[in-house]
Ligand binder design. Structure first.
Ligand code: HEC
Ligand code: HEC
Length: 490
């Protein structure tokens, strides 16, 4: 079964990818006509747009296109993933590896549309967050997904040869994280990957920018670390696993897949591009909150109110929330929760809608953030250690990335060190006031006046309301195609 599936997959990659004639070589950069950045350059990787490896128009690989909920096309799409080619079309193609000319000729006859991803309600358009250097194409999405779930890809320990894959730590059934505080060989709680396309920085300290950089950043990430278990500064601790490129190149299925999709053997760069392509299609929205917002817009209201939640909280949603009581009460409680979230509890200061993160870094006094030790002027934990000289500021000491609160119900435990077990406990910490007495680096937004902690003064019923509201941020379920190892491609 596995063999059949693997073969089918490969055929698809070979057939779809072989048709693509993208210029993957690096020609000399042409004189730029686009020296002035346009709005569509926002959030790119920082690679100047006039570099020469941008995709030419008219490629034969199938582009993946986001359709945001503001588009007139959106209501016409039945599913999250609207794909051509049709499976019947694929079968028309020859099996095996026919000469490129033959594949090209057949591919040209196919009605190659794009694959359209129906961006879930409530999310901004991710299109502008896809770097120009790595546009979304189906061939590399297939490769990326395969790599993500491939148990032979990463070696955790050279000594015992323990193999793993991205999906073992970023489990699709749990918002692409695991419900343990810290994984093997890691010092941090595993962040979820839903909506990662919008990340402005990666990792808790934001030490890299693009999704392409999370696996290999420098060539020495590929080297076997001298110590096993590795030292804290070595690749195993830094979310890099040595030998990935070598392993991919030694696998004949990948050899053919990379040739078909990229017309090149696997490199660190291409592996990164493929993985990033897959991750960018993992979107979560359409939550109770998003539907309530749509209801508010429909009635042209200024504020979210009970009635908006009432319409959104269908019986199946109430069941998902584990709500036993009266539906009207649930709607009142959720609306109250939103009021507190955006008002008295001050959560939107750092977790603003629609992504429920400001993309910034703050010291909340959690774990190592509470005790800051400066070694020289460099070694403080958190964002401070990750930014270059000239950009360091005391407010970055012990500051970690604000996580999105979408799907927060699925991603316990919480915080960068996974030290807080439940949502309720997180709320109680904020409510008590985070410790300003011993931690002089606590984020100023959490202070009252100069140096005392800001207590929120929320009662038990208010904490209940906030908690229910946070649970209303869970998105719709992604199709199996995106979340299952063997999800059929069609
Ligand atoms: C052993 C567990 C483990 C494995 C395997 C793993 N990750 Fe991670 N991942 C983590 C941890 C822990 C972090 C946070 C690290 C940090 O902040 O320094 C993380 C962070 C990330 C982030 C940044 C997300 C954010 O919001 O900042 C991305 C993206 C990511 N991983 C993708 C991948 C991919 C792709 C793979 C496979 C090539 C992979 N991970 C394999 C544990 C793992
Ligand atoms: C000063 C900015 C700030 C404010 C205000 C703030 N947060 Fe946070 N929040 C953060 C940061 C930063 C983290 C991660 C901190 C860490 O791991 O050290 C975080 C973490 C969390 C987490 C854990 C999420 C996860 O995936 O680990 C939850 C839940 C949360 N906040 C909810 C709230 C709620 C509810 C409020 C309002 C009562 C609130 N936050 C107010 C910045 C803030």
């Amino acid at each position: 079964m596995a063999i059949t599936r693997g073969a089918a997959w490969l055929t698809l990659v070979v057939l779809l990818g072989a048709g693509c004639q993208r210029a993957r070589k690096y020609p000399a950069p042409p004189i730029s006509q686009h020296a002035v950045p346009t709005s569509s350059d926002r959030n790119s990787t920082g690679v100047p747009i006039h570099y020469g490896w941008l995709e030419p128009a008219g490629t034969l690989d199938i582009p993946i296109r986001f359709v945001p909920s503001t588009s007139p096309e959106w209501p016409t799409l039945p599913d999250y993933w609207s794909a051509s080619p049709k499976p019947s079309g694929v079968r028309l193609l020859a099996i095996g590896q026919p000469p490129l000319d033959a594949v090209l000729a057949t591919a040209a006859q196919l009605n190659l549309e794009s694959i359209r991803v129906k961006v879930p309600m409530g999310l901004p358009d991710p299109t502008w967050h896809v770097p120009k250097t790595n546009p979304l194409f189906f061939g590399q999405w297939l490769l990326g997904k395969k790599l993500f779930f491939d148990d032979t890809l990463l070696v955790l320990s050279q000594a015992d040869g323990m193999n793993t894959c991205c999906a073992n730590c970023h489990d699709p059934r749990r918002g692409f994280t695991v419900n343990v505080a810290k994984p093997a060989r890691g010092q941090f709680n595993v962040p979820g990957l839903l909506n990662a396309v919008f990340n402005q920085h990666q990792f808790w300290d934001g030490r890299v920018t693009a999704l392409e950089e999370v696996l290999i950043r420098r060539l020495d990430d590929e080297a076997i670390p001298p110590k096993d278990p590795p030292e804290p500064q070595s690749p195993g601790y830094l979310h890099a696993w040595p030998g990935v490129v070598k392993r991919v190149r030694a696998n004949s299925e990948y050899v053919r897949g990379f040739q078909a999709v990229f017309q090149q053997d696997a490199t660190a760069d291409l592996i990164a591009k493929a993985l990033a392509t897959y991750m960018r299609t993992l979107l979560s929205g359409g939550s109770v909150y998003d539907i309530a917002q749509r209801n508010r817009e429909a009635r042209r209201g200024d504020y979210l109110e009970t009635v908006d939640f009432e319409l959104a909280l269908t019986s199946s949603r109430l069941k998902e929330l584990g709500w036993q009581g009266d539906a009207k009460l649930a709607a009142q409680t959720a609306a109250r929760g939103w009021q507190l979230f955006s008002g008295k509890a001050r959560c939107t200061l750092c977790h603003p809608a629609p992504l429920f993160t400001d993309g910034g870094f703050h010291n909340l006094g959690i774990g190592d953030s509470a005790i800051i030790i400066f070694i020289g002027d460099e070694k403080a934990t958190g964002r401070f250690g990750a930014v270059p000289y000239g950009l360091k500021h005391k407010n970055l000491a012990g500051a970690y990335k604000t996580p999105s609160l979408r799907d927060v119900a699925a991603t316990a435990p919480y915080m960068h060190d996974g030290s807080v077990a439940t949502i309720r406990e997180v709320l109680q910490r904020y409510n008590r006031g985070l410790d300003a007495v011993t931690n002089s680096y606590l984020d100023p937004l959490l202070l009252e006046g100069e140096a005392s902690a800001r207590r929120l003064g929320l009662g038990a019923a208010e904490l209940d309301a906030l908690e229910l509201f946070l649970r209303c941020l869970s998105g719709q379920t992604l199709p199996d195609l995106l979340t299952q190892r063997s999800g059929k491609v069609q």
